[in-house]
Design a protein around this ligand. Structure first.
Ligand SMILES: [Zn+2]
Ligand SMILES: [Zn+2]
Ligand SMILES: [Zn+2]
Ligand SMILES: [Zn+2]
Length: 768
């Protein structure tokens, strides 16, 4: 890309950067430069030619992967073998019979690996896939029979073995299979009725989930004002938790960081046996159903999930990218998303009117950004040439604004990750005070994809929003989190929320990313939440007043206020001037002391200024977790040292930080975690409670951050055997989750439901 920019004539660069000429004319000039310039031509070749990339199917790569996988399997490194076979499947095509048989072998080898990893359902699935490719592949039938036997599906196992018998030609082989069938018959006859009534609770797969009762969506209306352009408002009074929007994306794309961990269509976490695209080596899907939807074919195979396809035509969003060219893997995500939108709008016959209404802020972009958009647009126009009958420069001009629109309107799809997928919930079943495996539950979200929603993107930003957005696969749901009066605007937070980012950081972020200055109610005047982000203790010991920390300086406040905060801050309670700089230094000093008290490498991470606290604590908690997992004889001793250290740290923080400072909530939360690792859940409860009290002041009682902390408290109380406290907190978590995620939230958070079950059981036990 840099080479391309360097090849451009300076006059054209200036013309684009100044923005004085029309986008159409600069695009025409740039497109013409691309068609004559050698550097540009080479770049396009690299992006479009499948032969020049590693994104095309390639038998040799696939066979190399198989060899590496077999070697790993031989060494019993099953995880590595699994990755190798999956990579091999990515590169094998299904074009010829030879390739199909290679694919079947890779699938059976992967099934064998999954079998060893005890992922039996996935293993059966891979065998079935191999059989579909090559129906007379005895090894596939045999492997499936063995796995079915381990699953105690003896009838199916015997059926598979019968098939193996019919395919087996050698007498010795037939004899062996016969023996295995006889053994299976015996096992089947021994299976008692009790075995059949399996007590296993099947795991909930959110991908296959459909709500039992469709909630009704409240009426909203679009509004247009010159300042904010499009907005959305309610037509009636709404209670917290009202569903106001449910929408499938116009287009969506996975983020680069998640390409190997999440399905490229439904954005759910990939299973152990993902399926690749049949024609190129780029995407991975959780099932054939997702793959077919991405390619816009075979909707009959689709299992469930009609919710996220509601009002959605099967656009085949990957179809135009497929074939092994590298551009969709290499170019920036927002440009590739813009291409998906472009192709879809073409399929619909016109650039959708709804999309035309999207804001793009093109005029406000910097010259550098304008140039980048131009280059990307011309590249994309060349790439998409084959699909559209239009002239390249015409398409490029549309794409410049389309990419700008994507940047201004795309939303991040977040996926909720389970607290620790490796720890089965059954470990939580017994309130074992003695065990040190108390799992701390929390709500963690991962950004997995970028998507454009036509209606949802009409909602404007507020730093203290009244709407919360959540995702079920690709489908967006928006719910009110406060009472909203009829006619009032419905607003979401575009990123920085009150209580999470400082006033001026919020403003800077929004200006940089969305080109506007926020004038929401939380930005008009300094708020309680802003003050508490870093609130220092008053120097008068008896005073409980808040001393605003060094970061609070809203432009709307008086000049005098702004002058004082830099060195000194006034206690808002008694008016005493507190030397902020000294207080910060004192805090750092006391942490240095900690460092000296023990030379262990654990302690240096504690040293840091208040701004980077989160990071320090995060590192530290990571170290603690590893430490607690080590079952070395000295582990217990180390934990004691850590507990002492962390309590000392808490004391230092309490000296300088106000008792309602959010920074203190973080420290209290951390202390609770360390106490839990050190097997002192009873002591952890009060620290966790203090953290909750602070968070309720910084945010509100119903904020999701409070629910998260209360969920932690629930698991701590459970570990401490305090079922009453656990149930009380889980009740509050339940209320907050219903508001944010709706009545069916437990499908997204299955561990909350499991915890509820466990607690109900021990609760009734306590009563008896
Ligand atoms: Zn999927
Ligand atoms: Zn493909
Ligand atoms: Zn604001
Ligand atoms: Zn004071």
């Amino acid at each position: 890309m840099e080479g391309v920019k360097a090849s451009l004539p300076q006059t054209l660069v200036r013309e684009i950067e100044s923005g004085l000429s029309s986008v159409e004319s600069t695009c025409t000039a740039l497109a013409s430069h691309f068609s004559h310039n050698h550097v540009c031509f080479q770049l396009l070749q690299q992006l479009i030619e499948p032969g020049m990339t590693s994104c095309a199917k390639d038998r040799q790569t696939a066979l190399d992967c198989k060899g590496e996988g077999n070697a790993a399997f031989g060494r019993a490194s099953f995880k590595h073998a699994l990755d190798c076979y999956t990579k091999g499947l990515r590169f094998i095509s299904l074009d010829t019979q030879v390739d199909a048989s290679h694919a079947a072998t890779l699938l059976v080898n992967r099934a064998a690996t999954l079998h060893r990893l005890e992922l039996l359902d996935a293993a059966v699935q891979d065998c079935t896939r191999a059989i579909e490719l090559q129906p007379d592949y005895a090894k596939a039938w045999y492997r499936r029979g063995r796995i079915q036997a381990d699953l105690r599906n003896y009838e199916n196992a015997i059926d598979d073995m019968k098939k193996v018998f019919s395919l087996e030609s050698s007498v010795g082989g037939q004899k062996q299979v016969k023996q295995e069938m006889a053994d299976l018959e015996i096992l089947m006859s021994e299976m008692t009725v009790m075995d059949e009534a399996s007590h296993m609770i099947p795991a909930v797969d959110s991908r296959k989930w459909e709500p039992r009762v469709m909630e009704s969506v409240m009426d909203t209306s679009s509004t247009w004002t010159p300042e904010k352009q499009w907005g959305l408002s309610t037509e009636q009074n709404l209670e917290p938790g009202s569903l106001i929007l449910q929408e499938a994306p116009y287009a969506a794309i996975i983020l680069k960081a998640c390409r190997n961990s999440h399905c490229h269509y439904c954005f759910g976490q990939l299973p152990a046996n993902p399926m690749p695209c049949n024609t190129c080596a780029i995407p991975l899907y959780c099932t054939e159903a997702c793959r077919d939807k991405a390619l816009g074919c075979g909707s009959d195979r689709a299992t469930g999930g009609s919710l996220h396809l509601q009002n959605d035509i099967l656009s085949g969003e990957h179809k135009h990218e497929c074939g092994g060219a590298s551009w969709s893997a290499v170019l920036p995500t927002d440009a590739v998303l813009a291409a998906r939108i472009f192709v879809r709008s073409q399929a619909l016959g016109h650039l959708d009117n709804q999309l035309d209404g999207f804001c793009h802020h093109y005029e406000n972009l910097s010259g550098m950004d304008k140039l980048e958009l131009h280059v990307l647009a011309v590249v994309m126009a060349n790439v998409l040439k084959c699909n559209s009958g239009e002239a390249t420069d015409n398409v490029a001009a549309k794409l410049v604004l389309l990419i700008a629109r994507v940047r201004a309107n795309a939303m991040a799809i977040v996926s909720i990750s389970s607290p620790d997928a490796a720890v089965p919930m059954t470990e939580l079943s017994a309130p074992d005070v003695g065990s040190s495996t108390s799992t701390l539950l929390s709500i963690e979200q991962v950004k997995v994809a970028q998507a454009v929603y036509v209606k949802a993107s009409r909602m404007n930003h507020a730093c203290d929003p009244n709407v919360h957005v959540s995702f079920q696969s690709r489908c967006l749901s928006a719910r009110t989190i406060k009472s909203v009066l009829a006619g009032a605007p419905l607003e979401i937070s575009y990123g920085p929320q009150l209580g999470e980012m400082f006033y001026e950081d919020r403003q800077a972020w929004l200006r940089e990313r969305y080109c506007f200055t926020c004038t929401c109610s939380a930005c008009k005047h300094i708020t309680h939440s802003d003050l508490l982000l870093i609130a220092l203790h008053c120097s008068k010991a008896s005073c409980e007043g808040v001393v605003p920390g060094p970061a609070v300086s809203p432009a709307t406040e008086s000049e005098a206020f702004q002058r004082t905060w830099q060195k000194q801050a006034q206690c808002l309670g008694c008016g005493t001037l507190v030397d902020v700089a000294t207080a910060s230094i004192a805090a750092k000093q006391s942490m240095k002391e900690l460092e000296r008290s023990d030379s262990s490498p654990l302690f240096w991470v504690l040293v840091g200024n208040f701004r980077s606290y989160k990071r320090c604590l995060w590192v530290f908690s990571g170290v603690c977790r590893i430490k607690s997992e080590l079952s070395s004889p000295s582990a217990g001793k180390n934990l004691k040292v850590m507990v002492a250290a962390v309590l000392h740290l808490l004391g230092c923080c309490r000296d300088v930080l106000h008792s309602s400072s959010k920074q203190l909530a973080r420290v209290e939360d951390f202390v609770a975690q360390v106490l839990c690792s050190a097997d002192q859940p009873q002591d952890a409860i009060s620290h966790c409670q203090t953290s909750i009290q602070i968070l309720e002041q910084v945010y509100s009682q119903d904020h999701i951050a409070v629910a998260n902390e209360r969920l932690k408290l629930t698991s701590i109380a459970h570990a401490a055997g305090d079922t009453k406290c656990a149930l009380l907190n889980l009740g509050i978590v339940d209320r907050i989750m219903r508001i944010h995620y709706g009545p069916h939230y437990s499908v997204m958070f299955p561990y909350i439901a499991s915890l509820q079950q466990v607690l109900d059981k021990s609760g009734s036990f306590v009563k008896n």
